[in-house]
Design a protein around this ligand. Structure first.
Ligand code: ADP
Ligand code: MG
Length: 696
């Protein structure tokens, strides 16, 4: 792995696997080539290539597992597209794992010919030609390269998911196509750009091509100056899969504990049914971890003669080293049980699955503009859509007649929404709008496939204005441009930038790294809550959760200086702290240091144990998350209408501090502020925009 760009990447797969991948004469490589030829898409190779060469935009619909994502980029590579090919994915684990697979199929180490780029992790080299990247990373790249000149082909994969970033990519591609491929204008920039036309391929697993095709058909009408162009329609090609029938079962009554229902269903399948792996769809990582540990406990108590159970999991923030486990062939005396989020619906196909257990739930980003009045999203567990339910069932019938066990009633299925609401209509637009401003897009003229909700637009603009990222006439400020350089939500980037003034960049960097980690630092473990609380108490800081988190991070840094991997893990376990969160935060912090260095910021500035500088920096980013104590002991938001309570898990000692700042709101029977610190009212008075709003 010495040839990789930064040398510190964890390889995907074991050393042996990596070795056999790179051996183009080996048996493994030959096997992969055989498998490639067998995929349904192989028959359509010629017509796909023809369509792409003749059209600016091609839309490909295909059943999941037919080979779209892994094969098409290789066809293009082998078919003479000489510059880079980008393949976007909504989720990071899909980008990294698909890149590893395609790299193996090309017989090259990952990060050479084929690489990936996701937030906080990149594995590319000077010779990289096929790059799997998250849609969010492509938007980031546009901030430096607005016409995406380094690419010959951009493949927008999983377009049916309609993530916010996918919609932004689609809207931007419309503009880029007009500038790079359009004729009609002789301006210099366009003239240069024209020399290298761009090919766009949209890939989707569901039959909603019409909308994408229409979207691009009106492409040139969007640019009134290009009226000499004939409308360019986007052909739709279908790739047929090999779907076997799937028998679907519903429960007769609704289940309120889907984890328990999934556990029982799994063991019924395991004991009663013929061989074949089981795929369980769950909403998120915590459910996956809980169910996995229960499954393991019961699997050890199985009677003699019942095959072994191998469990493995698949979710967005799964570390690279764990990813290959799901693809390892199941030994003949065992049954594999894969616990996955909706990532296994269409993005990643796992061979060997014959049984699907569908909880009917997913985690969904929701922006509660009206209640929260801020630029953050909340992850809520919601019912899936009919379209998701069908996709999930389909995963059982890839190789043979399959079975899908739905943990909900048939009536519940009938009541599901037909398909997903685009994320642009339900998530916070703050980060995205900042990025669009940097790219130079005019927000009002952005040709979104679906218009965002005016309330969210207003909320995003207000947040950016409060952060001083845009000025009174909505123009991007220098500060806003700096904010966008960090792969953080603008609020945390503002905290980090403000820390320079308060001489606490070292502390702010650790804190925002922790807050940006995908796992919570203090996992909820309802079973041994008392033990957990007691062991965490030694880190408690009277000012509240932010300094407490920082104390944990500082202690962990010391452990890292003396202990190896297992020592670090033990320390976390003893203290009931998430090792994953800390490991991820250290990685994020390293990335942030690099960015600070490039921006000429001194990241070593430290405030020692003085608490105010960090809290003042935090406030700079979280202006909208400030609440003031009311006479009845509750807190009222300064920037929103809600009355909030301090979450019971908070380490804050004085629960009647005059003012608090918090990370997020959690909605249960009450509205709780989670991640809370006490601040002085005088700190709040330092922000005229905030006091102005309060007075009015
Ligand atoms: P599509 O994009 O049409 O859904 P893909 O190109 O993702 O299809 O997958 C094609 C085939 O490659 C599938 O049969 C899948 O099982 C296989 N595949 C993808 N990644 C891996 C991997 N890491 N290990 C083994 N097989 C894989
Ligand atoms: Mg795919």
């Amino acid at each position: 792995h010495k040839r990789l760009k930064s040398g510190k990447h964890k390889p995907i797969g074991t050393q042996d696997e990596v070795f056999s991948i790179c051996n183009r004469d080996g048996k493994f490589f030959q096997q992969l080539q055989e498998q490639r030829k067998q995929l349904p898409i192989a028959q359509g190779r010629e017509s796909l290539m023809r369509s792409i060469s003749l059209n600016d935009v091609t839309i490909i619909l295909g059943e999941t597992g037919s080979g779209k994502t892994t094969q098409l980029p290789q066809y293009l590579l082998e078919g003479g597209y000489h510059r880079q090919i980008a393949v976007t994915q909504p989720r990071r684990v899909a980008a990294t794992s698909l890149a590893a697979r395609v790299s193996a199929e090309q017989g090259q180490p990952l990060g050479t010919l084929v690489g990936y780029s996701v937030r906080f992790d990149e594995c590319v080299g000077p010779s990289t030609r096929v790059k799997y990247l998250t849609d969010g990373m492509l938007v980031r790249e546009m901030m430096n390269d607005p016409l995406l000149m380094c690419y010959d082909v951009v493949i927008v994969d999983e377009a049916h998911e309609r993530t916010l970033r996918t919609d932004i990519v689609l809207a931007s591609l419309k503009r880029i196509l007009a500038l790079r491929n359009g004729s009609g204008s002789d301006s210099n920039a366009k003239g240069k750009a024209k020399a290298t036309p761009l090919k766009v391929v949209i890939m989707s697993a569901t039959l909603d091509a019409e909308k994408f095709s229409k979207f691009f058909e009106s492409m040139f009408s969007w640019f009134p100056t290009n009226d000499d162009l004939t409308p360019n329609s986007a052909p739709v090609l279908y790739v047929k899969g090999r779907q076997h029938p799937v028998s679907i079962f519903h429960t007769s009554t609704s289940q309120n504990d889907y984890l328990d229902a999934a556990l029982r269903t799994f063991f019924q399948i395991h004991v009663d049914r013929p061989p074949g792996d089981v795929l369980i769809f769950l909403p998120g990582q915590d459910d996956i971890e809980n169910l996995e540990s229960s499954l393991r406990v019961f699997a050890h108590q199985l009677p003699q003669g019942v095959p072994n159970v191998i469990t493995c999991s698949l979710y967005a923030s799964l570390p690279n080293t764990e990813q290959t486990k799901v693809f390892r062939p199941t030994p003949p005396d065992a049954r594999k049980c894969i616990l996955a989020t909706n990532i296994a619906e269409t993005s990643i196909t796992i061979p060997g699955v014959r049984y699907v257990i569908d909880s009917g739930k997913q985690k969904e980003k929701r922006h509660l503009a009206r209640i929260a009045g801020s630029g953050f999203d909340t992850l809520l567990t919601t019912d899936i859509t009919k379209s998701s339910a069908m996709q999930r069932a389909g995963r059982a019938g890839r190789e043979d007649h399959g079975y899908c066990f739905r943990l909900y009633t048939e009536d519940a299925f009938k009541a599901m929404a037909p398909s997903v609401e685009p994320e642009v209509q339900r998530s916070s637009l703050t980060s995205a709008f900042l990025q669009l401003k940097v790219i130079g897009h005019d927000l009002d003229a952005m040709p979104f496939m679906d218009r965002p909700d005016p309330e969210s637009v207003g909320s995003a603009l207000r947040t950016l204005w409060l952060l001083d990222a845009i000025d009174d006439s909505r123009c991007l400020t220098d500060f806003g441009r700096s904010l966008a350089k960090f792969p953080l939500v603008p609020q945390y980037a503002a905290t980090l930038l403000a820390s320079v003034k308060h001489s606490c960049t070292a502390e702010a960097m650790s804190l925002v790294a922790l807050l940006s980690s995908s796992s919570p630092l203090f996992p909820d473990s309802s079973s041994h809550r008392d033990v957990a609380n007691e062991s965490r108490m030694k880190f408690r800081h009277p000012s509240g959760d932010h300094w407490t988190m920082l104390n944990v991070f500082r202690a962990y840094d010391e452990v890292c200086a003396s202990e190896g991997k297992s020592g670090r893990k033990d320390w976390c376990k003893r203290n009931c702290i998430s090792h994953r969160a800390l490991r991820e935060a250290r990685n994020i912090r390293t990335q942030l240091r690099g960015i600070c260095e490039r921006m000429g910021m001194d990241w070593s500035l430290s405030c020692g144990n003085e608490e105010s500088p960090l809290l003042r920096s935090l406030l700079r980013g979280l202006l909208q998350h400030v609440a003031l104590l009311q006479p009845d002991g509750t807190y009222k938001q300064v920037m929103g209408p809600s009355v909030v309570k301090i979450h019971p898990s908070s380490f804050l000692m004085d629960k009647r501090s005059p003012a608090i700042v918090y990370n997020e709101l959690v909605y249960t029977t009450n509205i709780y502020a989670r991640g809370v610190s006490a601040v002085y009212k005088s700190f709040i008075a330092e922000f005229p925009k905030l006091t102005g709003v309060r007075l009015s």
